[in-house]
Design a protein around this ligand. Structure first.
Ligand SMILES: Nc1ncnc2c1ncn2[C@@H]1O[C@H](COP(=O)(O)OP(=O)(O)OP(=O)(O)O)[C@@H](O)[C@H]1O
Ligand SMILES: [Mg+2]
Length: 366
């Protein structure tokens, strides 16, 4: 490593960024690192390579106000020493910069932490806890839709669970609020920048096939997320033989993963609708003219109830969760249940506890 690397050194605890003294790291993702800062703030610092994308993230995030969405306090551009600079997007400055987002620190952990904790303890959360998280997540999706925003990266890491619990027993006893965050991949419904979006395991078929997508894309990812929290297992555990052997080109591995993913979806949900295949720009890579997957042999059907039975779920609980998830896991985006309708579902009505006392519900119409 040369001395030049020092220029790109990440910020760390103890550094000052835009006047905020950074404390412990709260988490990190592909694009950024998030630190605690006084008083009860979280400072998300994007890697310098992606500073320019920060404008879009902020523009969309600022429009969203809800109990179930982490609120953006302010955002600014800083140089690599953490000093605020008055940068404009265009013309792009030659200097290396970072986009910084300041928000309330959520007291708690992200949902992935709790998925891992349940998996490690070989337990699963009670249905009322699953319903509480699902209800909050779908409330956030309603607000997104009202603002015409697609999140495009719904997954357990991007859902923060506000709760003072440190153990599973405490989590199950205390009130909590789930909040959506990370608008780094979000876009306006009328201004999509990419044909293929979402983190692999949460990606709906229309995104793999590069067919048009809209709000129902986030509904699919949310269903995968709720399944994962309820069972501690991925709904679609996508794998590629070549990726494991390590002797294939990246593109080949990606195609193989896509085809495996599509076959898992069909095993769970039935045949891929012809209309969706006909709309996908990449459909020919995967499907024959007769709508059969080209390379992967048809898998045995394993509908959702079969999966819950294999996990040893009692029939009544399996029926309750299947009733909730099935309308959300429709392959055809237009047949997928919308977020608002989902809030009225029998499962949420029966299992979700009343909202935490003292919470202000700001979603319109509620
Ligand atoms: N307000 C917050 N309070 C507490 N922890 C947070 C907060 N925001 C983020 N985190 C933690 O930091 C992690 C990364 O944050 P985030 O998902 O926003 O970054 P990212 O995945 O790098 O995002 P992006 O794709 O926009 O670059 C989260 O999964 C979470 O664990
Ligand atoms: Mg993230």
């Amino acid at each position: 490593m040369s001395g030049g690397v020092r220029l790109c050194k990440s910020m760390e605890a103890g550094d000052v960024c835009g006047g905020h003294k950074l404390q412990a790291e709260l988490g990190s993702g592909y694009f950024s690192t998030v630190f605690a800062a006084h008083p009860d703030l979280a400072v998300k610092i994007q890697r310098s390579k992606y500073w320019d994308e920060g404008w879009d993230e902020a523009r969309l995030w600022e429009r969203l106000q809800s109990t179930n969405i982490v609120r953006l306090h302010e955002h600014f551009v800083a140089d690599l020493s953490g000093k605020r600079v008055a940068a404009k997007r265009r013309p792009k400055p030659k200097q290396l910069l970072r986009h910084v987002f300041v928000m309330p620190a959520v007291r708690g952990r992200d949902l992935m932490h709790w998925v891992d904790a349940y998996a490690e303890a070989r337990r699963r959360p009670p249905l009322r806890l699953v319903a509480a998280v699902a209800r909050d997540l779908f409330r956030a999706l309603v607000v997104l839709q009202e603002a015409n925003v697609l999140h495009t990266d719904i997954k357990p890491e991007n859902i923060l669970v506000e709760s003072s619990a440190t153990t599973l027993d405490e989590l199950e006893e205390q009130p909590l609020t789930a909040m959506l965050t990370d608008f780094g991949c979000a876009c306006d419904d009328w201004e999509k920048v990419s044909d293929s979006v979402c983190t692999r395991q949460y990606q709906p078929p229309e995104s793999i096939l590069c067919a048009d997508y809209t709000f129902s894309l986030d509904v699919w990812s949310a269903a995968c997320t709720v399944f994962e929290f309820a069972t501690t297992q991925l709904l679609f555990d996508v794998r590629s033989a070549s990726a494991c052997s390590g002797d294939s080109h990246d593109d080949e591995v990606a195609d193989e993963l896509d085809e495996h993913h599509l076959s898992l979806m069909q095993s769970l949900c039935g045949e891929m609708p012809k209309r969706l295949i006909s709309k996908g720009q990449r459909s020919r890579d995967f499907y024959s003219a007769r709508g059969r997957l080209r390379k992967v042999a048809a898998r045995e059907r394993r509908p959702l109830p079969t999966q819950f039975a294999a996990l040893g779920w009692p029939p009544a609980e399996s029926a309750a969760l299947c009733g909730f998830l099935l309308p959300l896991l429709q392959l055809a985006p237009s047949s997928r249940q919308g977020a608002r309708e989902t809030l009225d579902s029998a499962f949420l009505q029966a299992f979700a506890p009343p909202p935490c006392p003292g919470r202000v519900i700001t979603e319109s119409g509620e």
